[in-house]
Design a protein around this ligand. Sequence first.
Ligand code: ADP
Ligand code: ZN
Length: 212
Amino acid sequence: MKLILLGAPGAGKGTQAERISERFQIPTISTGERLRAAMKEGTELGKRAQSYMESGALVPDEVVIGIIKEYLSSDSCKNGFILDGFPRSIPQAEALDAMGVELDAVLSIEVADEKIVERMSGRRVCTECGSTYHVIYTPTKVSGVCDKCGTELTIRKDDAPETVLSRLETYHSITEPLKEFYSEKGLLITVEGQEKLEDTSALVNAALSRFE
Ligand code: ADP
Ligand code: ZN
C-alpha cells in the first residue's frame, strides 16, 4: 500500500502513521522528523531547514523533494510506504507524480483549528527516539520522561502558540488544496479526528480495511 497522510499540524498524523505502519508492515517516512534529525546533527540540510521550521513556515519544496526522492529509491519501500507530512504543497504533489509514484490512497485526518491549538500546547517530544506524547491525551508513565528510551521530553520550538497559528495558516493556504487535488484523482479518504486516539485509530482502520 502506498499511502499519504494529510492533516493539519497536530492532527495526529504521526501517531496514526505508526499504527498503520505496524498493521500493514510498511515503513513510514516523516519529512518533519527527518528535518529535525538533520537539524540536531547540524548537517547542511538541517542548517538550511532550521529558520523555516522554527518560524512555522514550510521548508522550500526542492529540499523536501530531495529527501523523498532519496527515500523512495531505497529497497525498504518497495512493498509500500506511508508518507507523513509529504506532500505539503501542490508542487510537491506534482513532483511525486513525476517520480512515477502510483498512490493507493490519501488519508486526511480532519481536526478543527481550536482543537489543534489546545493539543499542541500539551505536546511533548523525545528528541532521542522521536516519540510524541501529550500531557493529557497520551501521558508518559513517568512525567516528563520518554516511555521508550528514558530521555527527558522537550517542547518543540514550533509548538509555541504564535507559531502554531502561523502553521495553521500555512496549512489552510498551501497544504489543504491537496485535498481537492487528490479528490479529483479519486484517492481522497477523509476521517474525522476524534478526542481519543483509539477512536481515531478505529475510524482509520475501517477506512483502510479494503487494502488488507
Ligand atoms: P506537524 O505535522 O506537526 O506540522 P511535522 O513534523 O510534519 O509537524 O513538520 C514540522 C515542520 O517541518 C513544518 O512546519 C515544516 O517547516 C517542515 N516540513 C515538514 N514536512 C515538510 C514538507 N513536506 N514541506 C515543507 N516543509 C516541511
Ligand atoms: Zn525516546
